[in-house]
Design a protein. Structure first.
Length: 530
């Protein structure tokens, strides 16, 4: 085959890959552009996050004794303080929190590309790697731009990894240590991601890495002690004790590998494993010409960097598996392994394409391009599944109006932020009650008994002007049946619905006070032991 024909095959292969990998970017911005500023939550965890942000904006303490007006989430607070700070400037908590997540997701894409480009000196491989992470948007249930902690968490994981990759002297490791401290206060599992890497650094680079350990010990122990003492022990209760009560699901542990990762990302896994095995199999011989753009030499493969990548991938996979397998763990917990796989994918492709037998067979080069394209095509998704319908937008507007026009507090446990924002009465979120009542297979907390009894009591005395249940809520069905009656607003099924808001059935399950009922019968219908 003539050199000219070889160049043509490479050119068209690159065009094919670039064109296919544009799709995840287009889908991502189409979805995020159309939902960023919508003034209602898309996922019920967003509501719990808004309670945190509103609490901070009110000037009240975050980690306090569980109460009906507010109980905090089991996360460290930095994401919520950052979102609250931005909200204090622009005046929109939901938009601010989503903006933090969206910018973080974009920043993660850039950092993934940066890491791969630094190692391979190849812009196309960097692009492919970043787009691989974006292509996992649907696998992560569309959490990339939600008012949740996850995207900021992933961004700082990647920043810390990029820093430790380039750390050669004490200063670099000191910065890495600072980032680990910051990352922990974004989400506790940050520590698990870098645990294998910390062990390696302690054994092999102690002369420089001790600065990282020193700053981490000081930066974690001192603030944790001060905050916990200030909150009378409630800080540790929420960020350590309650999460430790979660049980684990064997089904989720198995499905993590089948449905969340290897199943949909099999080709990416193969390239990533090739990268991890290549050093041992002696595939790292230099061939400056045999890469995608055919210009610069790939530099992947020094033993030290190879181990850093291996330990990072192991930490990311372990963290994702542990948190996803926990009862209550969602697909958003997989985002950390998606980011690590994106890097491994790009580096694996780079190693395949740098070998002389690929250079001598441009048809094989084209085959690799097709394989990459197949991986991306398999991750295409319907963007409208992540957007609300016009009817759902109208329904949310109607719900907001109903709550605003209700004199008494509205019990809306899956979207409790609405009670605060529209009625001026803060309210506990259902996820907080789940944490306290052993819903995630943990021990039932005394506060859980107490709060459920108070809610039942308030229902019996009709303290709520309206009750809205997006999904069934344990514990209160008997009291609702006696003291409240379901509204007959309209037939819900006549409206078009989306997968995004399939959980949001509040207008179908809205209850108003009965004009007459037996109070004693209602009070007799519950006990703390039940």
């Amino acid at each position: 085959m003539t050199p000219r024909n070889m160049l043509k095959i490479k050119k068209y292969s690159n065009i094919l890959v670039f064109s296919i990998t544009l799709v995840p970017l287009i889908l991502f911005f189409f979805v995020t552009w159309n939902r960023l500023s919508l003034p209602f939550v898309f996922e019920w965890g967003e509501s719990a996050g808004l309670n945190q942000i509103n609490r901070i904006l009110s000037g009240a303490d975050l980690y306090v004794q569980p109460a009906l007006d507010f109980t905090p989430l089991v996360y460290t607070p930095l994401y919520y303080y950052l979102s609250a700070g931005i909200s204090a400037i622009i005046g929109n908590p939901l938009f601010s929190a989503r903006a933090v997540s969206l910018v973080s997701a974009i920043g993660s894409v850039v950092l993934i590309g940066r890491v791969v480009q630094k190692e391979t000196k190849n812009n196309l491989l960097a692009w492919i790697s970043g787009m691989f992470f974006l292509a996992c948007f649907a696998l992560g249930d569309g959490f990339y731009d939600l008012a949740r902690v996850d995207s900021l968490y992933i961004l700082f994981v990647l920043i810390a990894f990029d820093v430790v990759l380039g750390a050669k002297y004490k200063t670099g490791y000191l910065v890495f240590g600072l980032l680990v401290v910051i990352g922990f206060f974004i989400k506790q599992s940050f520590i698990i991601v870098f645990l294998p890497l910390h062990i390696y650094l302690l054994l092999k680079h102690r002369e420089n890495s001790w600065t990282a350990f020193t700053i981490e010990i000081i930066g974690l122990v001192v603030p944790l002690y001060i905050i916990n003492r200030y909150t009378n022990g409630w800080f540790f209760y929420y960020i350590f004790d309650l999460p430790g009560e979660h049980g684990y699901s064997l089904i989720s542990a198995v499905n993590f590998w089948i449905s969340d990762t290897i199943g949909p990302l099999g080709i990416g896994f193969v390239f990533c494993l090739f990268f991890l095995l290549a050093y041992k199999l002696d595939f790292l011989s230099s061939n400056p010409d045999a890469i995608v753009e055919g210009k610069k030499q790939v530099q992947v493969g020094s033993r030290d960097h190879w181990l850093v990548y291996l330990l990072f991938l192991a930490g990311a996979a372990g963290t994702a598996w542990i948190t996803r397998s926990s009862n209550g763990g969602g697909a958003n917990n997989c985002m950390v392994i998606y980011s690590a796989l994106a890097i491994g994918f790009g580096l694996g492709v780079g190693l395949v394409l740098r070998n002389s037998w690929v250079e001598s067979s441009p048809w094989f080069y084209g085959f690799i391009a097709i394989v990459i394209s197949i991986q991306f095509v398999g991750l295409f998704y319907n963007p409208f599944a992540f957007l609300p319908t016009k009817d759902e937008i109208k329904l949310n507007e109607q719900m907001a109006e109903r709550i605003s026009n209700t004199d008494l507090q509205v019990l809306i446990p899956y979207r409790s932020h609405l009670s605060d924002e529209l009625g001026g009465r803060p309210q506990i979120h259902i996820v907080n009650l789940f944490e306290l009542t052993g819903y995630f297979k943990g021990e039932i907390q005394p506060a859980g008994y107490d709060l459920v009894e108070k809610i039942r009591n308030k229902i019996c005395f009709q303290d709520y002007g309206m009750v809205v249940l997006d999904q069934p809520v344990p514990w209160i069905e008997d009291q609702l049946e006696i003291a409240y009656e379901q509204e007959e607003l309209f037939e819900y099924s006549v409206f078009s619905s989306s997968d995004l808001l399939d959980w949001q059935r509040g207008l179908e399950r809205s209850y108003t006070q009965r004009s007459s009922y037996d109070l004693n019968k209602c009070l007799e219908s519950f006990s703390v032991k039940n």
